[in-house]
Design a protein around this ligand. Structure first.
Ligand SMILES: Nc1nc2c(ncn2[C@@H]2O[C@H](COP(=O)(O)OP(=O)(O)OP(=O)(O)O)[C@@H](O)[C@H]2O)c(=O)[nH]1
Ligand SMILES: [Mg+2]
Length: 850
């Protein structure tokens, strides 16, 4: 190929594999999902094998007469004059439907190569396609390919190159001769500036009364009148409207082509159809979906994922760990002995102090962490006659909270013995890997860093970012499972099943696709609402779709579960938070649809169900990696920056009239963070959350930083807990987190609020762009926050009421509950659905292979 720049467009029906092909030939990583409407914006990239060729992946469309925004994107690009050639991709397992668009694209007069994708599936089904005959009928090259299995791609590009350099041609297919005559008349009326190969396209468009084409051609009023007369005459003859006439003609051409080029294998019920019988079953469909999502969240959060996350949080990002199990046991025993010894000494010193013995030397040595000096001081104190007569006992609670407390002797003799017990060093007990904080602290100390810097790095950055990274294993499991469900084709069925539910309250299954995407991330979720033509439905979907827990909310769920149920008990709670999101969407849908602003019939929902297939390992891995890496990137950028800010805000503050670094300023005060700027700022907002049971400044701070990015909820928790030293006494982040709240009800309310309130900055920006109106953005975010607050209020107040605590807020909660129930169950207001007949959704199953 010469060094000229070539632009090639990838056009085709939704879900025919355009993005898969695009990724294959450009090395990009665009979003592939096994349901229609994945790509909603065009995307460009250079061909890997030839940088002079630019490929444009277009949103899938059914026709060139645009109805929805993404159909417009595709048509405008095709007609912009930019593409030098079009690869018209067809799902070869579903030729009829796909040929409809192909004919229109061929009519545009652009150089077209038809690529029949999914060759592998066709072969498996036993169907035979005569590509030579098809090429003759369509008047352009036809190539069998498989984007997934990478076959036929070289042949495809050699054909593309030859059509680009060949003479432009008029389309080869013809309509009924009466219609062709009319089209000829219209062609004759076109300005001479329209090139010969585009004349038929514009003739057809004028026949269809396409406004855009009329405007583009800048016809004078005389010609327009003329055209109208010709079209109207034809309509009278055919007793049909112009658009339907053309549609009918195209289908007649298609029927003829299919007859000639396709030999079907004897039909039998395919495996796909058998599976669909069960999973889209009227009664079983929903319970199956619920069970599957339950399993997904259970597996991700409660099983493998949890132990891995515990490990990262409590070992890697905390104390460190033993490579061998025996080391751990021996170390634990030694640590227990040491703990007992310390308890004996402390009790002894306290008793001695009470008897007036001077214990200052010991306190000093202990503060200086000088073990030898402390031991020596104990000996000196034990020698004092006042102390020598001490003889009592003390109780010691081992680390393991379930273990019985131990009774220990407290006497001079015991203390001297205890002073000889050395603090165990993990490295003496076999291979030990220190945790990141202690490694970092070592480095910083040796570099002469101050306490402030060590605190900033360890309690701020390492604790915060580490806590977020700690959830990667869970995130990984979640995305592996979700990607599988999306790619194998199951999720497309769920959209169909949900359509039946949504339709009841006037939304269509189309609104479910954005929810599906939002399970990964709300940003593409909100973007994918573009496929919803009805503006009211689109706005409502934008408003509610981020209720679905995205990947970044998963750590919140995991943390909540830990705090709510502790270790391994009732760990089936986690999946419920996913359903909280689903219920919030459905409930909001029902309530909003009964308001004037959103009333209206659901848009008809037509969706092709793709055949089931095993996802290709490459796209599976890529997809999971894409999502996990975005999460990691966020941890090191926005979360990192946020934790630094949180650290400063929680370490600096005013204590006894002076402003400064609190650990120095308020030395010896345990809860010094209470005097921090963060505590002041968040405390001022605490009243908002008081009725929800979490007015503490810590919980408020977490909720607010969560608005920047949801990961911040845990990053901030980890940071605050490390600064205040809470996790040092307590092995796990979970328990320490739970202790920040007055009750289980408050923890649940906190979770509900943070999962349902306005999403992160990125998603809010997307909502703004999608709504394209400041007013609607405010309505959307306001609704989300208010809804979240009300749900949180009800959870906390009803929990309190169940425990016999009533207040003014109990009444408010009851009123809200009554209002919600009223709005949910009152009948649809009269006239809200308009006059027209009820429309039904259609299910059409693509011809499928096993
Ligand atoms: N068996 C098989 N599956 C394929 C092939 N090409 C694509 N697929 C699958 O078809 C599904 C849809 O692929 P996409 O590339 O997302 O389709 P698209 O045309 O970009 O869809 P939209 O963006 O919705 O218009 C995915 O599950 C792919 O893995 C193929 O050659 N063989
Ligand atoms: Mg796509």
């Amino acid at each position: 190929m010469a060094a000229t720049q070539l632009h090639i467009a990838l056009a085709g029906n939704p879900n025919c594999g355009k993005t898969t092909l695009f990724n294959l030939i450009t090395g990009q990583n665009g979003y592939v999902g096994n349901w229609p409407g994945v790509t909603v914006e065009k995307k460009e990239a250079k061909l890997s094998s030839d940088k002079n060729v630019t490929i444009t992946d277009l949103p899938g469309i059914y026709s060139l007469s645009p109805y929805s925004p993404e159909e417009r994107v595709s048509r405008d690009y095709l007609m912009s004059g930019e593409p030098d050639a079009v690869i018209q991709l067809l799902d070869a397992t579903n030729l009829e439907r796909n040929l409809y668009l192909a004919l229109q694209v061929i009519e545009t007069g652009l150089p077209v190569v038809v690529a029949l994708n999914m060759a592998d599936l066709v072969e498996r089904s036993g169907d035979k396609i005569d590509t030579a005959a098809l090429s003759r009928s369509l008047g352009c090259p036809v190539v069998m390919i498989s984007a997934l299995k990478n076959t036929g791609i070289d042949e495809l590009f050699s054909q593309v190159r030859s059509v680009v350099s060949a003479q432009a041609k008029k389309p080869a297919h013809h309509f009924d001769s009466a219609i062709e005559d009319v089209l000829d008349q219209l062609e004759a009326l076109l300005p001479s500036s329209v090139p010969v190969e585009k004349r038929r396209y514009y003739a057809v468009k004028l026949f269809e009364r396409d406004e855009q084409a009329q405007r583009l051609l800048q016809l004078d009023s005389k010609t327009i009148e003329n055209i109208e007369e010709i079209v109207a005459a034809c309509e009278r003859d055919c007793e049909d409207d112009a658009e339907s006439i053309i549609t009918g003609e195209r289908y007649a051409v298609i029927a003829h082509i299919i007859d000639e080029c396709l030999r079907r294998a004897p039909s039998q019920m395919s495996t796909s159809e058998k599976i669909d019988r069960v999973v889209t079953n009227r009664i079983l469909g929903l319970p199956i979906f619920a069970a599957i999502m339950f399993a997904v969240y259970f597996l991700a959060i409660s099983t493998f994922g949890t132990s891995a996350t515990d490990f990262t949080n409590d070992q890697i990002f905390d104390a460190g760990w033993f490579v061998l199990g025996q080391g751990r046991e021996a170390y634990d025993e030694a640590a227990e002995n040491y703990g007992e010894a310390q308890a004996q000494i402390d009790a002894f010193i306290e008793a001695a102090d009470e008897r007036g013995v001077d214990t200052a030397a010991f306190t000093e040595a202990k503060d200086a962490e000088d073990a030898d000096a402390a031991a020596a001081a104990v000996k000196t104190i034990a020698a004092d006659p006042q102390a020598a007569s001490i003889n009592t006992t003390t109780e010691y609670q081992p680390e393991d909270e379930d273990a019985e407390p131990v009774e220990l002797a407290v006497s001079a003799k015991a203390a001297v013995g205890a002073a000889a017990v050395e603090e165990p060093d993990p490295s003496d007990f076999g291979p030990f890997v220190p945790g990141i904080p202690s490694i970092v602290e070592g480095w910083l100390k040796s570099a002469g860093a101050s306490d402030l810097v060590i605190g900033l790095v360890n309690d701020g950055a390492v604790a915060g970012v580490g806590a977020v990274l700690g959830f990667i294993p869970q995130m990984f499991v979640l995305f592996v499972l979700l990607t599988f469900l999306e790619d194998c084709g199951y999720m497309a069925r769920v959209a169909f099943v949900m359509d039946r539910v949504f339709r009841r309250f006037g939304l269509s299954g189309k609104s479910f696709i954005p929810m599906l995407v939002s399970t990964g991330c709300g940003v593409p979720g909100v973007l994918s609402t573009k496929t919803i033509e009805n503006e009211r439905d689109r706005r409502m979907t934008v408003m509610t779709t981020t209720f679905i827990p995205c990947g970044a909310k998963l750590p919140i769920i995991a943390l909540l579960m830990g705090a709510l149920v502790g270790d391994n008990k009732a760990n089936w709670i986690a999946p419920l938070f996913y359903f909280l999101g689903v219920i919030a969407v459905i409930g909001s849908g029902i309530m909003l649809k009964k308001t004037k602003i959103f009333a209206g019939r659901p848009t008809p929902f037509v969706m092709e169900l793709p055949s089931y297939h095993m996802p290709s390992p490459r796209s599976w891995v890529l997809h999971v990696w894409e999502r996990v890496s975005a999460y990691i990137k966020k941890a090191f950028t926005i979360i990192f920056a946020s934790t630094i800010v949180v650290w400063f805000l929680s370490n600096f503050g005013v204590y006894e009239g002076a402003f400064g670094f609190l650990p120095d300023l308020a030395e010896g005060v345990d809860e010094f963070t209470d005097f921090s700027i963060l505590a002041m700022l968040s405390g001022a907002l605490g009243w908002i959350f008081a009725p929800l049971g979490f007015e503490s400044w810590q919980a408020t701070a977490m909720s607010i930083t969560g608005l920047v990015a949801k990961e911040n909820v845990i990053a901030t928790a980890a940071s605050i807990l490390h600064i205040s030293g809470a996790t040092e006494h307590d092995a796990s982040l979970w328990t320490a987190f739970g202790q920040m709240f007055p009750s289980v009800g408050a923890v649940a309310a906190f979770g509900a609020f943070n999962l349902l309130c306005a999403p992160c900055f990125a998603a809010m920006g997307t909502i703004r762009a999608q709504m394209n109106s400041a007013k609607w953005t405010a309505i959307a975010l306001g609704y989300e926050c208010a809804f979240a607050w009300v749900i949180g209020l009800m959870i906390n107040q009803f929990y309190l009421a169940a425990n016999g605590v009533f207040s003014f807020w109990t009444v408010v909660a009851v009123i809200f509950a009554a209002l919600i129930l009223f709005q949910l169950f009152r009948p649809m207001p009269k006239g809200a659905w308009g006059e027209d007949e009820e429309e039904h959704s259609h299910l059409s199953v693509g011809k499928s292979a096993a």
